[in-house]
Structures are given as structure tokens and as C-alpha cells.
Design a protein around this ligand. Structure first.
Ligand code: SAM
Length: 221
């Protein structure tokens, strides 16, 4: 999969995407990641990318010209262009699975008060929010999405089943898990997990997952 990111802060991407599973996915060629600096597409002396909103109001907006030019230079016809914004549709595991099937996407990360509306209307195929809160810019949302999508690509996780038996994969939160020792400071692992009876274990896990989801996230049921 190819993921391009357009941002004012390319430096923020160094680190989180250079470690662990995402690093290995990149080294294996399963994820091709390119980070573009929006300022490279501004042509005045000060590399201006923002301006005041018409009609007044606080803060600055990202101007259309550099973003249009960047998208026209970076995107291919098959690229899914995604605007990152708190007003977008909610990003979720279901959306991550949908995006993992897209061969090519461009994430446009905002800053200041956000984008001139013409960017939204003309350039974006999709607009996504990572949650009902406002961050200073779209770099963290972009990294959250890259991580969530990359781990779903075939071959990225050591055991591809890891991505099918986890929270949200079947609409429920994950069941509780335990490892050795079977007893720690008086706390015992549920007997059924030590029984070796796989049908009983699966039944117990399904029941607990449902119960936990009902208690913590009834909206998922
Ligand atoms: N004025 C905007 C609003 O009220 O919706 C908020 C702009 S925010 C300070 C700057 C940028 O950060 C946004 O343009 C977006 O790219 C990114 N951003 C902030 N919170 C986000 C979220 N929850 N999901 C996705 N992107 C977000």
C-alpha cells in the first residue's frame, strides 16, 4: 500500500513510524510512506500557506493554492484523498478495514483553524476524524490512521489472526486474557482457560466479551 501525507510538520512523523511493526512493514515493502511538506508548494518569499477567514473570526485558515498544487502533484488517479478534520466521519476499526483495501491514499493534515472550504469540496474524497476532540494539527491523526490501517495489511502482523480476534473485529470489545503464572499474588486465572477444552474456552470468551461490551460500550451492541 502507498500512503502519502501532506503536512506542515514532517518532523513529527520521525519516530512513531520508524519503530516496531510499522518499521518492519516499511522495510518489507508492504507500506510505502512519503511525507510531503506543504510549505514546499507555497511560492511567495515567506512560504505562506494560511490567511485570515473572510467574514472575520479567530485564527487562520489553510489557503487553497498550495494544497491544490500539492494534491495535483502528488495524487494519482486512483489515490483516495482524505482530509483530516474533527468534522469528518468517525474513523473506526471498520473504516480502517475499508482503507486497508485501498491501494493508495493521501492524507491531508490541517493546522490553525482548518481548511478553506473549497479544499473540502473539490479535493477530498473523504473526510475523517479520529475522535470528538480537537488537536493542534493533523499529524497525530494521520499517524493514528497509518498505524491502524498498516497492521491490517496482509503479511504485516506475524500472525494475521491477531487482527481478527481483537476489540471491534466482531463488533465487541476483546475478552480478558491471561498468561503465566496461573496464580499471581493470590489472583488466579479463570479455571476454564486451564481446562484445555477449546469449545468451553470459546464459549466463555464470547460471553465475557459480550458482557464487557454491554457494560463499557453499549453503543457497539
Ligand atoms: N477549527 C477546526 C474545528 O473546529 O473543527 C479545528 C482545527 S484543528 C485546531 C487543526 C487541524 O488539526 C485540523 O484541520 C485537522 O487537520 C487536525 N485535527 C484536529 N483534531 C482532529 C481530529 N479529532 N481528527 C482529525 N483531525 C484533527
Amino acid at each position: 500500500m502507498k500512503i502519502d501525507v501532506l503536512t506542515l510538520f514532517p518532523g513529527m512523523f520521525a519516530g512513531p513510524l520508524d519503530e516496531s511493526i510499522i518499521k518492519r512493514a516499511r522495510q518489507a515493502g508492504l507500506l510505502e510512506l512519503s511525507i510531503y511538506n506543504l510549505r514546499d508548494y507555497a511560492h511567495d518569499r515567506h512560504k505562506t500557506v494560511d490567511d485570515r477567514p473572510f467574514g472575520g473570526g479567530p485564527g487562520m485558515l489553510l489557503k487553497p493554492e498550495p494544497i491544490f498544487e500539492a494534491v495535483e502533484a502528488i495524487a494519482r488517479p486512483e489515490t483516495r484523498v482524505i482530509l483530516l478534520s474533527p468534522s469528518g466521519r468517525p474513523f473506526s476499526q471498520r473504516v480502517a478495514r475499508e482503507l486497508a483495501k485501498v491501494p493508495d491514499m493521501l492524507l491531508i493534515s490541517g493546522h490553525y483553524e482548518g481548511f478553506d472550504e473549497r479544499i473540502r469540496e473539490q479535493l477530498a474524497d473523504d473526510e475523517l476524524s479520529i475522535g470528538d476532540y480537537v488537536l493542534t494539527n493533523g499529524a497525530l491523526p494521520a499517524m493514528v490512521m497509518i498505524d491502524a490501517v498498516t497492521r491490517l495489511l496482509p503479511g504485516v502482523l506475524g500472525d494475521d489472526d491477531s487482527a481478527t480476534e481483537e476489540s471491534f473485529s466482531n463488533g465487541l470489545l476483546e475478552y480478558p486474557q491471561y498468561t503465566r503464572p496461573a496464580e499471581f499474588r493470590g489472583m488466579k486465572v479463570p479455571e476454564v482457560l486451564l481446562s484445555g477444552n477449546h469449545a468451553e474456552i470459546a464459549k466463555w470468551r464470547a460471553e465475557i466479551a459480550r458482557q464487557r461490551t454491554k457494560e463499557r460500550r453499549p453503543d457497539l451492541l
